[in-house]
Design a protein around this ligand. Structure first.
Ligand SMILES: [Zn+2]
Length: 410
């Protein structure tokens, strides 16, 4: 293997800060609220094609914004490292790109067009330096990431179609820890109702239940359920939970209301069956409805399954060695506070997915920023990790070299 500094010098020679910033700025300047990221996907495809990469545009069930898929193959056998990012942004007023005090600002700068641009720069560095001597890079970018407007459907379709690497890097704005575990999540909305119309409280039918009392009963039951869930603790990401964020009922003080609405979340731990949470929740509601004589309806939205990183996979140690080579330190292990596409890669394909992106902030606000020097670091780190991972198994067959962990049941 190359001497550490030899490889890094070779790669840095082919890193271009202006090109990196220009790519990010052009992506930012193609507004792309979730569901409408077609222009940003087209823009990325144009940039990659102008750079000489072959680009595919599978729509993944979302023809308004076909995904962007580029491959760079070394021509020698070896594993494929995937760089994956989403090009959609949350629905907030558009802010154009600008550079200020070493920071790139604008819609999606932090979450996550700055990171996608760093991955594109890594791809260019790998090709132009000739440093990738085995394996391949797969770069993917897509829409439908941000909840509640998106639910990851497009990426799920790409993974199910086999457009997936043997390991994945995701340049989301998280860089201080190596996330090893994260909870899966779903949102729920419950509507408790009685048959009759709203009436003055003195006229209320004696045989009809109080939806407010039943709502209170549901709150108490869910609190007991949450306490049960809290008994099992994952040292990195805490406990499973059921959380109530809203409760609404009634119009005025002396009207007997017809319905009570509650909303909240359900989270579960890696290694547990997240799909089982919905029937379990619905059974709890059905029991309450039958004992109280109310109608209870529930909308359940599965957001993402839980996340786990198999630390025995060779990619994890190669990534940590790459961090050491680039920044002189390994990352401490930690939890992933949010759900991201790494959860889908683990749940659907069983591949190791590491979320690591530039120093950035303001995500989900109109004041997003990403530090340009750190975007350069991420580009170098991705390229170094690719050389280490893709080039490490050329003397063995693919089957022997990269055993895949079994996916969690879903
Ligand atoms: Zn993001």
């Amino acid at each position: 293997m190359d001497q550490p500094h030899g490889l890094i010098d070779q790669l840095i020679k082919h890193r271009n800060r202006d090109r990196l910033v220009d790519t990010a700025a052009r992506l930012i300047d193609a507004p792309s609220p979730t569901g409408q990221a077609g222009k940003a996907c087209d823009r990325l495809a144009e940039i990659l094609e102008a750079d000489g990469f072959a680009v595919d545009r599978p729509d993944g069930g979302h023809p308004d914004a076909p995904a962007v898929v580029a491959r760079f193959d070394s021509g020698s056998p070896g594993p494929t490292l995937q760089f994956n990012g989403h090009l959609d942004t949350v629905h907030l007023p558009f802010v154009p790109a600008r550079v200020e005090d070493g920071l790139l600002k604008g819609s999606g700068a932090s979450d996550m067009k700055g990171g996608v641009a760093a991955a594109v720069e890594a791809l260019r560095m790998l090709r132009d330096s000739g440093a990738l001597t085995a394996g391949a890079i797969l770069l993917t970018a897509h829409d439908l990431h941000e909840a509640p407007w998106g639910d990851g459907r497009q990426l799920d379709a790409l993974i199910r179609a086999g457009i997936v690497g043997d390991a994945v890097l995701l340049p989301e704005p998280l860089h201080g820890v190596l996330p090893t575990d994260g909870r899966g999540s779903a949102t729920w909305k419950v509507r408790i109702s009685r048959a009759g119309p709203p009436v003055h409280e003195v006229m209320r039918p004696t045989d009809e239940p109080s939806v407010i009392a039943v709502g209170a009963d549901l709150v108490a039951r869910l609190n007991r359920f949450d306490a049960q869930l809290a008994a099992e603790v994952n040292p990195v990401c805490g406990s499973a939970s059921v959380f109530i964020g809203q409760i609404h009922s009634g119009e005025i003080y002396n009207q007997y209301p017809q319905e009570c609405r509650l909303e909240g979340t359900r989270r579960w731990l890696p290694g547990t069956d997240g799909r089982a949470a919905e029937p379990e929740f619905r059974a709890l509601l059905a029991e309450l409805a039958s004992t109280t004589g109310t109608q209870i309806e529930c909308d359940w939205q599965f957001i993402r399954d839980a996340f786990h990183l198999d630390q025995d996979h060779p990619f994890v140690s190669i990534f940590q060695e790459s961090c050491e080579r680039v920044s002189n330190r390994r990352l401490p292990l930690g939890g992933k506070p949010f759900v991201d596409d790494g959860n889908s890669f683990w749940a659907l394909a069983g591949v190791p997915a590491i979320t690591h992106g530039p120093n950035a902030g303001g995500q989900h606000t109109i004041s997003e920023w990403a530090e340009i020097a750190d975007m350069e670091r991420v580009a170098l780190l991705y390229a170094v990790a690719a050389v280490g991972y893709c080039g490490s198994g050329t003397d063995r067959t693919e089957d022997e070299e990269w055993p895949q962990p079994a996916p969690y049941p879903i």
